[in-house]
Design a protein around this ligand. Structure first.
Ligand code: DAH
Length: 340
């Protein structure tokens, strides 16, 4: 029986040696050490042995079992470690791998214009500030000296939220907010979205963009307004571009003007593009801040004066980039946007 045990041990140790999977080890364990296992069977046969032989073979059998168990344990550690290594290798990310060309994003042309305008005014000493798109009726109209029966206040072209709130119809209410919060000297611009109940066509959209400017200080005159806007226009469109100030009316400025710029095509000589007028577009509205507006904001018009201006950013963008349809700015068509 001794030989039987030793042969069994040798055979099993060899099987363990060549095992490569945990399942193979388990198979060996069940086949040898299990209830119906070979070693268990050998031990059962011990009853046939003599009294002297029994303890000797019993001890040997225990030794064989211990050796097999520890060989199984050791091999299990080796196999687990080896499988882990294989898994780790498989799961490794090769950070040097080529991922293909990634595309760099870019600003929407409208916001490129916003940034350009803001930076031009910053150079002229203006602060860039923000205002909310939902405004009070008070800031949007009343504080800006709109008469109560002004057509813009009517429901027809204004998006009302409730009796006292609306989507701002222009950026001019930012003037009010700024004057209520800050004392002169004031030099600020504010760009953002504005809303009017307009049908969409090539040049109109119910949502559009404006930039507002406000200067308030002692001794500010119309000459400062004209000089500042001339400088701005030349910085934006080029030194050869001329301006024309046409009298106009706005409730919040007095006197008020609209500013045209000379035709970019013929530089003022007159061509087909400008209908032979020499002037290509109405660029902005402006004027000297109405004394009522200053007063509404707690600024004494006997001491301070100011000028203000406001212009559409969409149209400037369209002219700068030669876009003939405002819808293109809002359609989010990648084929269009990728051109800029
Ligand atoms: N808020 C005017 C509009 O939307 C534009 C404007 C005109 C703004 C004259 C001004 C200004 O600040 O002085 O049509």
């Amino acid at each position: 029986m001794r030989e039987e045990l030793l042969a069994l041990k040798e055979r099993v140790i060899e099987q363990i040696k060549i095992a490569e999977q945990p399942s193979q080890l388990e198979e060996v364990r069940v086949k040898i050490l299990g209830k119906k296992g070979e070693l268990t069977a050998v031990l059962r046969g011990m009853g046939k042995l003599s009294k002297e032989e029994r303890p000797v073979i019993g001890q040997l059998a225990n030794e064989v079992r211990d050796e097999i168990e520890s060989a199984l344990k050791d091999k299990d550690i080796i196999i687990t470690e080896k499988l882990n290594q294989i898994r780790i290798k498989k799961e490794t990310v090769d950070v040097t791998a080529e991922l293909g060309k990634s595309k760099t994003g870019y600003r929407h042309p409208l916001y490129t214009t916003v940034e350009e305008l803001e930076s031009l005014f910053r150079e002229l000493g203006f602060m860039v500030v923000d205002g909310p798109e939902i405004e009070t009726v008070n800031n949007n109209f009343t504080m800006l000296n709109f008469p109560e029966d002004h057509p813009s206040i009517g429901l027809s072209d204004t998006f009302y939220i409730d009796d006292n709130h609306l989507l701002r119809t222009h950026t001019s209410p930012v003037q009010i907010r700024y004057m209520l919060d800050n004392k002169p000297p004031i030099r600020m611009v504010s760009a953002g979205r504005t809303f009017r109940y307009d049908d969409v066509d090539d040049t109109h959209s119910p949502m559009f963009h404006q930039i507002e400017g406000l200067v308030v200080d002692k001794g500010v005159t119309m000459a400062n307004l004209i000089e500042t806007l001339n400088l701005f226009v030349k910085n934006l469109f080029g030194a050869e571009v001329e301006t024309r100030f046409r009298p106009h009316h706005f409730p919040f400025t007095e006197p008020s003007a609209e500013v045209d710029v000379s035709c970019f095509e013929c530089l003022g000589k007159g061509c087909e593009k400008c209908n032979f007028t020499g002037w290509s577009m109405e660029l902005l509205g402006c004027g000297m801040v109405h004394p009522n507006v200053l007063r509404n904001c707690g600024i004494d018009p006997e001491v301070y004066s100011g000028f203000a201006f406001g212009m559409g950013i969409d149209r400037i963008t369209m002219i700068k980039y030669g876009i003939d349809n405002i819808r293109l700015l809002y359609d989010n068509d990648k084929r269009f946007l990728e051109q800029f």
